[in-house]
Design a protein around this ligand. Structure first.
Ligand code: UD1
Length: 418
């Protein structure tokens, strides 16, 4: 067990190189099972969601080795279609492997997935989609069992634009017979990235980024070297950190377009933001004014993965804000922790009502999930005095070299064994 010890109050200055998007890399790793060709993924983030996915791939018989930050995967030796509960519980994205495994082996057996405890997170849309492609699904003692004679393209209408379900169905459909059309598909940029990767290895996918994705089945796939898009959520987290602490950062990333909902809110707060040549810079030189309302929505709306961070910012702005979480029902677990630091927040149903206070005060707080944990780190960096953030394994799931990056900007943050 490890914790962060953070001595707050320093302004943040300098540059940060943004990692590849966790939410691109994970489905691409699942896609690797579809092909016998060699896949090289460049600039893979050093996060535990990735190392757990690599463990799962290895368990399935794939060879996955790191060469520096690049990951080379050879799935030609894959010989297993089962993901046991220990591994599946570590990582929700293991559910993406259903589509790939059933495509490759015509069988898949996966324990119900884990991941952040941020609500019910059902997988019904994944399963309904796979059924439409001809997969027979049964559930027994905590496992999902999938079987099919062959996968057949079909039209699938999602009840809501689920990112994971869209990706899982894309993976299952790539080598299905005929054409699959996913309607009401999620439009996240990471889905476009998955399409780009799949087409690079020989698939025929179009429409990702719009509400309709069309996949024409192909017989075989090859290898590729692929560089995923930048992590817009990591970038957003560093921008909010600087807005809260004051200072000026320049992010090396080409994801400004994908972050426009956050950038819009930060400008409304009073931050100065400049975008040029694959760089985003933010300057924050005075106490910010709160934005009145923020609602999380599927892309291109405000991302749920930045909800906790922006709420932490609102806590120390001048004025009141209402932040509404529309995607995951229990994504306010960090609120009692922020209260320990002096925040004035009340949660009623899906909304947090925030009245801005002058400053956070240092306290000992507990991370309950990935993004909530990041919000606590930001609050601690901006606070007066020393804070401890416990259970940082949640944060390690999605932020690579977090304390090194924050430290290089001037944040006083140390990882300490408990
Ligand atoms: C992905 C992201 C996660 C992000 C989320 C929303 C990855 C690895 N994770 O998660 O970081 O927070 O998108 O942007 O990409 N739903 C159902 N039934 C289903 C599936 C989803 O009802 O079968 C509902 C969920 O409860 C939720 C909404 O759909 O309310 C969106 O979830 P979804 O887009 O599927 O999120 P994930 O793919 O799990």
């Amino acid at each position: 067990m490890e914790k962060y010890v953070i001595n707050g109050g320093n302004k943040l200055y300098g540059g940060v190189k943004i990692q590849s998007a966790k939410n691109s890399v994970l489905p691409i790793l699942a896609a690797a099972v579809l092909t016998d060709g060699t896949i090289t993924i460049l600039d893979v983030p050093q996060i535990t969601d990735v190392s757990n996915m690599v463990k799962i791939l290895t368990r399935l018989g794939c060879k996955a080795v790191f060469s520096g930050d690049n990951l080379i995967i050879d799935s030609s030796s894959a010989n297993c279609f089962e993901i046991p509960s220990g591994l599946a519980h570590e990582l929700r994205s293991s559910v993406f492997l259903l589509g790939s495994l059933v495509s490759r082996f015509k069988m898949a057996k996966i324990a119900f997935p884990g991941g952040c405890d941020i609500g019910l997170r059902p997988v019904d849309l994944h399963l309904t989609g796979l059924k439409r492609l001809g997969v027979e699904i049964t559930e027994e003692s905590g496992y999902i069992l999938c079987k099919c004679e062959k996968l057949m393209g079909n039209e699938i209408m999602l009840d809501c634009p689920s990112v994971g379900a869209t990706e899982n169905i894309m993976l299952a459909a790539v080598k299905a017979e005929g054409t699959t059309v996913i309607k009401n598909a999620a439009r996240e940029p990471e889905i476009e990235d998955l399409q780009k990767f799949l087409n690079m290895i020989g698939a025929k996918v179009r429409g990702a980024g719009s509400g309709t994705v069309v996949i024409e089945g192909v017989r075989s796939l090859g290898g590729a070297t692929f560089k995923p898009i930048h992590d817009r959520i990591e970038a957003g987290t560093f921008l909010v950190a600087t807005a809260m602490c004051g200072g000026e950062v320049e992010l090396e990333c080409s994801c400004a377009e994908n972050l426009s909902s956050l950038l819009h809110k930060l400008r409304e707060n009073g931050c100065i933001i400049r975008i040029k040549n694959d760089k985003i810079s933010l300057e924050s030189s005075r106490r910010l004014t709160s934005v009145k309302t923020i609602e999380t929505q599927p892309y291109p709306g405000f991302p749920t993965d930045l909800q906790a961070q922006i709420t932490a910012l609102c806590c120390i702005c001048r004025g009141q804000s209402i932040i509404t979480e529309n995607l995951f029902e229990t994504r306010f677990k960090y609120v009692p922790e922020l209260r320990k630091m002096g925040a004035d927040i009340t949660v009623i149903n899906r909304s947090a009502f925030v009245r801005g206070v002058d400053k956070f005060k240092g306290a000992t707080v507990v991370a309950h999930d990935l993004r909530g944990g990041a919000a606590l780190v930001l609050a601690s960096l901006a606070a007066e005095g020393v804070s401890e953030v416990l259970d940082i394994s949640h944060i390690d799931r999605g932020y690579g070299r977090f304390e090194q990056k924050l430290g290089s900007l001037g944040g006083d943050i140390k990882r300490v064994a408990v």
